[in-house]
Ligand binder design. Structure first.
Ligand code: ZN
Length: 146
């Protein structure tokens, strides 16, 4: 399996998430290329990563809510040294903290279709999907026009 574009090469040894009780719904939605996050029915905050209760008010009424898939780069880094051999062909690798359009909720993700030197804080991005295996699709981010 390879990432889109030959630049990235094989990723067979890429570590993948192992869905568990708290996050299997998140990964099920990702497999469908849909971005869903939990929203607390009591305080109305969105949360990422998935969790069994709200950290603000301890409510267990967490509702899976479809997100627009749009956001902006809140901050980012460029990884120059691969942590694992699976990423050796990918560096330099831009990774962003994405502030989602729905509010004060953030996701960390790989930035695609952009040269590392072209990434900037505030850059509009949208989710894109990388089918890493038959069971796991990873949400990545790519620049969007508006
Ligand atoms: Zn809450």
């Amino acid at each position: 399996m390879t990432l889109p574009g030959s630049k990235y090469g094989p990723v067979a040894t890429m570590p993948l998430p192992e869905p568990g009780w708290d996050n299997y719904k998140f990964w099920d939605y990702c497999k469908q290329h849909k971005l869903y996050l939990q929203r607390c029915a009591k305080c109305r905050n969105y949360w990422y990563y998935p969790r069994p209760l709200c950290p603000i008010d301890q409510s267990r009424d967490m509702v899976w809510t479809e997100m627009s898939g749009k956001g902006t780069v809140w901050t980012y880094t460029i990884a120059h040294h691969p942590v694992l051999p699976a990423f050796a062909k990918d560096v330099p690798l831009p990774v962003g903290v994405i502030k989602l359009a729905e509010g004060d909720v953030y996701m960390v993700g790989r930035l695609m279709d952009v040269r590392p030197q072209d990434v900037s804080i505030g850059m509009p991005v949208e989710v894109t999907w990388f089918d890493a295996s038959d069971d796991i699709s990873l949400p990545y981010w790519k620049p969007r026009k508006s």
